[in-house]
Design a protein around this ligand. Sequence first.
Ligand SMILES: C[S@@+](CC[C@H](N)C(=O)[O-])C[C@H]1O[C@@H](n2cnc3c(N)ncnc32)[C@H](O)[C@@H]1O
Length: 228
Amino acid sequence: MIYNMDCIEGAKQIIEDNSVDLIVTDPPYNLGFGGTTQTKTKRPRFNIIANDNLPHRDYQRFTFQWLRQAYRVLKPGRHIYVCIDWRMYPLISLWMQQVGFVIKNCIVWDKVHMGMGWQYRFQHEFIIFAVKGKQKARRIGTRKARDIWSIPKIPGNKTVHPTEKPPELIAPMILNSSHPGELVVDFFLGSGPVAEAAIVNDRRFIGFEIDPGYFQITKKRIELIKHK
Ligand SMILES: C[S@@+](CC[C@H](N)C(=O)[O-])C[C@H]1O[C@@H](n2cnc3c(N)ncnc32)[C@H](O)[C@@H]1O
């Protein structure tokens, strides 16, 4: 089930306390990002994403609101993965701990190909890996997994969203931290890679996206998977 609505309101209305097995999500980083790829006219291909250009206080309030909902709906001991970059890592990891999550690790996504940047070009992002509560955390499904993942990013001219993540990046999180039939939630769908990775691996899924255009992209993506 996916919903074209604000994730904070959506979670309040739709998701019961302690009912979710896994959260995988990629929130706005508040970096005013609309993507780096340009058209021939040198104009950005994408608008700045929703809630990505807020005054600091508003971003903090917004982040606390969705994190509190994430904490409420997740089952105790279950995992949450939050994508973030180095600039916002200190704040998001602090705020996650303040709502009660216990940070277990920080996965480094090596995007294999370099991106923008003048002082060393960007090639990595972080994924915060945390659990709800201090006791009886579920273990990930393998002892071989390491915390640096080299997975190629999607080339800029093939993306349909300015901060698009490849489904290959999301699949290990789904497979390591949930079982078939369990409920996975994404608060910020974007173009829907978490939806894809959850559905193809037979998980139940709930996701929210506030932007009607990106919601339609995810909806079509799910329809294509179901008709395969
Ligand atoms: C960082 S992007 C996610 C990109 C996604 N991982 C992908 O690969 O396409 C964050 C998304 O959250 C959406 N968003 C922002 N505020 C929201 C809110 N309050 N509720 C639901 N979605 C929201 C934005 O429109 C944007 O598409």
